[in-house]
Write a protein that binds this ligand. Structure first.
Ligand code: OOB
Length: 543
């Protein structure tokens, strides 16, 4: 039996092709983790702060947690929201869920009550697992709010001083853990960047996801001797699977979780653990490049620095190459599937100027114009893709599926790209209205909705503005009613809706009216584009 709706399975012909090509090998998460524990029992799998967890210990902890969750009355196939920072508990918890056949839904530490409630409802979640404190926030408060809306939800919490079921106390009969898993069933739900409204849930199967990080390992130079550092939030798809901590565990390597991406802390950890590979978003990479010259720490163990999540401009890429003693690898990926890498032995020309090419020879990339017709090589168009690790539909979201997938099953990424003669992609921009704020994606529509709920706001349009440090920042244009609120009040209003702090507009600009006169009614997209354009022209004039 599989838990993937028939409409979202890969067509039989593709399934056969992916199996025949050796992409889908019938491997499952519990099976590979168990095998590593048997073979590499004493080897360090995870380092977090002063905690070191061996492959054997990871397996035992995962068994305990998995069995303990089943003993609470959860059943294989149930969805469980997990929300942890880069802490030691996170990986055993996720592995424990895999062992029990429970489906993790990965919330980011930055998400707050509104987002987590949305995920829980959308996923039909049965439980919420979190660490008590992280980054100065108390997740017990979030859990309390969550339980008021969803009283049936079981809450399990790591850390001290709460009234919930303690993660540390979980126990159960490990012989009751399921013995068999369908490799084509959904292993977890990842979150979409969310170009319209709140994030959508992305169902990833054992077969497809394991293929993506196994193949990534080969392209990123990860093997048993590697030490992979997670400096971005571990629940994000990039540090999870490109090749990420899952790739590292699959290779039998060591994963180092860093709870800070600040150069001072990260460099000390690189030196201490002899880290060989790390993935960063462009602003962080540039910060590291600036700090590298005058750091007391020796970071020469670092072989590969991956940069992705948002566009790395060629000039910035050049700066990284000059300042850092390692190979730069560009990564252009998405939680829905497709990941592109520059190859480690590519020419500088390709590494500096492109976002790489797909992992798989069977990633079918289509670049089309507004009418859906293929454009010539070298011309910009909409990127669509199908392949052995790209989803065919979101979880429980027919409206989004109708918009984001073509009739023949290709995923419409929303990105505008060009293809070079070598088959490498260069990201030009995007067709959807979201802000890519240092790799964190913000839906314009979602924030406009919250602004409109303020009694003094008549209309609002949220746009992205180029930003030297963040890549892009968010700017909200607001038409107020008679008593205009102050900008700080509006920001506070958005924050108080229970949202991740990165979604609060960076800037608020009041306007008397949105000029829609010439053409009468215009679309929100066009309105946003015009406001953005006018803003950029004005700041240029002033500058
Ligand atoms: C990664 O995943 P998501 O799901 O948070 O965001 C995907 C979107 C892409 O559609 C694109 O718009 C943007 O993020 N993006 C890039 C980029 N990498 C991602 N835009 C320009 N240049 C790049 N290098 O962000 C993600 C997932 C796996 C690996 C790496 C990144």
């Amino acid at each position: 039996m599989t838990n993937v709706p028939l409409s979202q399975r890969w067509p039989a012909a593709l399934e056969q092709k992916y199996k025949a090509a050796g992409y889908w090998r019938g491997e499952t998460f519990p099976a590979f983790l168990r095998e590593r524990a048997e073979r590499l029992g004493h080897k360090v799998a995870v380092v977090a702060g002063d905690t070191r967890i061996s492959y054997g210990e990871l397996d035992r902890e995962a068994c305990r947690i998995g069995a303990g969750l089943l003993a609470l009355g959860l059943n294989p196939g149930d969805r469980v929201i997990v929300q942890f920072g880069n802490v030691a508990e996170f990986i055993p918890v996720v592995c424990g869920l895999f062992y029990a056949g429970l489906i993790p839904v990965y919330a980011l530490p930055a998400h707050r009550i509104t987002e987590v409630t949305h995920f829980a409802k959308k996923a039909g979640a049965s439980a919420y697992l979190a660490g008590r404190h992280y980054g100065g926030f108390d997740y017990a408060t979030l859990a309390a709010g969550l339980c008021r809306t969803l009283p049936e939800l079981k809450v399990v919490m790591a850390g001290e001083g709460h009234d919930y079921i303690a993660l540390e106390q979980l126990a159960g009969d490990t012989s009751l853990l399921p013995a068999e898993f369908d490799p084509q069933s959904v292993a977890f739900l990842q979150l979409s960047g969310g170009s319209t409204g709140l994030s959508k849930l992305i169902p990833r199967t054992h077969d497809d996801y394991i293929y993506s990080f196994r193949a990534s390992n080969a392209l990123c130079g990860i093997d048993e001797h590697s030490v992979y550092m997670v400096a971005l939030p571990a629940a994000h798809n990039f540090p999870m699977s490109s090749p990420g901590w899952l790739g590292a565990l699959h290779a039998g390597a060591t994963v180092v979780l860093s709870d800070s991406a600040e150069p001072a802390a990260a460099f000390a950890l690189i030196e201490r653990e002899q880290v060989t590979c790390v993935g960063l978003v462009p602003p962080l990479a540039l910060l590291w490049a600036d700090a590298a010259g005058h750091s007391p720490h020796d970071i020469s163990s670092l072989k590969v620095m991956q940069v992705g999540g948002a566009k790395l401009l060629p000039e910035a890429a050049r700066r990284l190459q000059t300042a850092l003693p390692c190979t730069l690898q560009q990564v252009f990926g998405m939680a829905e599937g497709l990941v592109n890498y520059t190859r480690l032995n590519d020419s500088d020309e390709l590494i500096l100027n492109t976002q790489g090419r797909p992992i798989s020879p069977d990633d079918e990339v289509r670049i089309v114009n507004d009418n859906g017709e293929p454009v010539a090589d070298g011309e910009a168009g909409h990127l669509q893709v199908q392949g052995p690790y790209t989803i065919r539909g979101y979880h429980n979201d027919e409206a989004a599926n109708a918009k984001s997938f073509t009739a023949d099953g290709f995923y419409c990424t929303g990105d505008i790209v060009k293809r070079t003669p070598e088959g490498y992609l260069v990201v030009q921009g995007r067709a959807t209205d979201h802000i890519n704020r240092a790799g964190e994606k913000i839906s314009a529509e979602e924030i406009e909705d919250y602004l409109l709920s303020h009694p003094q706001v008549f209309d609002a349009a949220v746009v992205s503005i180029p930003d030297e440090y963040l890549g892009e920042r968010s700017c909200a244009f607001v038409i107020a009613r008679d008593q205009p609120p102050r900008a700080v009040e509006l920001k506070k209003w958005v924050r108080e809706q229970g949202l991740a702090a990165f979604k609060v507009p960076d800037q608020i600009v009041f306007a008397d009216a949105f000029d829609t006169t010439a053409v009468g009614k215009i679309s929100r997209r066009e309105l946003r584009a015009r406001l953005r354009q006018r803003y950029l022209e004005q700041t240029e004039e002033q500058g």
